[in-house]
Design a protein around this ligand. Sequence first.
Ligand SMILES: Cc1cc2nc3c(=O)[nH]c(=O)nc-3n(C[C@H](O)[C@H](O)[C@H](O)COP(=O)(O)OP(=O)(O)OC[C@H]3O[C@@H](n4cnc5c(N)ncnc54)[C@H](O)[C@@H]3O)c2cc1C
Length: 394
Amino acid sequence: MPADLQSYDAVILGAGAAGLMCAAIAGQRGKRVLLLDHAPEVGRKIVISGGGRCNFTNLHTAPDRYLSENPHFARSALSRYTAQDFLALVERHGIAWHEKTLGQLFCDGSAKQIVAMLLDECARGSVTVMCDSAISQVDHADGLYRVTHGGGLAQAPALVIATGGPSIPKMGATGFAYDLARQFGLKVVQPRPALVPLKLPAEEALFRELSGVSAGVVATSGKAAFREAALFTHRGLSGPAILQVSSYWRHGEAIAIDFVPDCADGWLREAKRERPRASLRRVLEDALPARLAEALSQRIGVAGELGGHSDKALSAAEAKLSRWPFVPDGSEGYAKAEVTAGGIDTRGLSSKTMAATKVPGLYAIGEAVDVTGWLGGYNFQWAWASGVAAAQAL
Ligand SMILES: Cc1cc2nc3c(=O)[nH]c(=O)nc-3n(C[C@H](O)[C@H](O)[C@H](O)COP(=O)(O)OP(=O)(O)OC[C@H]3O[C@@H](n4cnc5c(N)ncnc54)[C@H](O)[C@@H]3O)c2cc1C
């Protein structure tokens, strides 16, 4: 046995949200745990999350708010470690929090409090945490995983993959989880950037001139529809409504935007009767920012007074305004994606324990696996829940 070989009950790769939670609970259950990360400090995405306040969970967490090729997979872990469970932990640590909107819970102070809380929980479990420790090799023989890393060589009968997905590479994010999964014969569902701004092609330049304008809309991609704000950017579209639909959107498809979600059927014909001398732009300004109202009315081709247009033409304008199609020519990619959709195929994992069904002692948790939440605290809740599920099985 090499002199520098350290033995543990479990080695957890990746000290992000899922890895920290898993390490803390496993340590507190009496397991000897090594938590390894190549970044200089733990939980970097937690620190930048939620604009520095960490949207750490969502009160409306439910399996249907997650995307996966195996849609029922997340159910078990989410039901056994709930948003209320995480909130109880936050409260035990005296961290002040508030609900912002739509069940989204944030720290009143700083996201750093969540990292400090998780590190404190790790310390209670006597977890060995090693940062700045690049992982150069992982082998499996005689029932033991051997991990060669910057700080030496570690072995354990259990290995947890918690290195997340490749979104925001400048924060140290990598596709390492997928390489490791493939090394052990697990399949990977094609990863793709999600919760990401979408780009519009050159012919939509008129909309790009609206950079900075936002409006409350309903954005739709396929069957998924989200009522939130959309923001025009110099590259295309962003804002919560767009980030949400981006996770469902596939190249070549259109998304649709309802710019007038509060207007009942026939509202424009009604406006014609009530204000026949008003222009479409003027009427739209009641519901939308002036620059957007102008751009939309220019494009829709209803010029002059409403009274000069037939009901049929106004019905067509209404239909367009409530289902305006955009065909993005791409997304802003991993550099701007809040998460990665796809990942380690959950059909090779136990939904109860996160263990690989055919590789003894191998686990995968958090964003590394093919479970992706909506915007709004759902992704952290998955990280906590999957981390706890694995920890209880280690
Ligand atoms: C800007 C931004 C804001 C976000 N805000 C929110 C929010 O408010 N609410 C929410 O629910 N979600 C939010 N998310 C998503 C959330 O951060 C992730 O879903 C969550 O961090 C995933 O946890 P994880 O532990 O699986 O992965 P991560 O937290 O990404 O952790 C993975 C860890 O593995 C390490 N690692 C990677 N590759 C290697 C390697 N080769 N060797 C060793 N270590 C490695 C990384 O350094 C990292 O520490 C946000 C994401 C971003 C980018």
